[in-house]
Ligand binder design. Sequence first.
Ligand code: FES
Length: 142
Amino acid sequence: MIVGIAAIEAIVLIKGGITNKAKLSEDKKLIPVGKSDSYEKNHVYPFLNHHFYLKRFEDGGFLALSIKCTHLGCVINYNNTTGGFNCPCHASQFSPNGEVVASPASRPLDYYPITVKNGELYVDTSVVKRRKSFLKSQLTYV
Ligand code: FES
């Protein structure tokens, strides 16, 4: 009987541990990036450790673009001259809003949803949004 109780406790502990780990990793994917007014309009801010570029558009809207090229997944670079992004692997180019300017990539950069809580921006890297084109509805406003 003692062995049975110990086994049940072990199962509960293991399940609890797994659940807590899952919760922690979910929380880690909601990346706090601060207040909107700390970002200049028409600028791009790299968050490479979290796999996105945060772009603030001229109208104040925010877009969190994935750093993964949609061709074969290489990490794209910000292009200071065009305001867009270049892929070093096979030369795909993307516009400032992530649309394809030069192939072989065939679809725009993916993006992550942004939520606003108490004036702070959070990028949810657990949800990758695919798209066929850039739409203003993809921007987040504070
Ligand atoms: S992985 Fe970017 S162009 Fe091929």
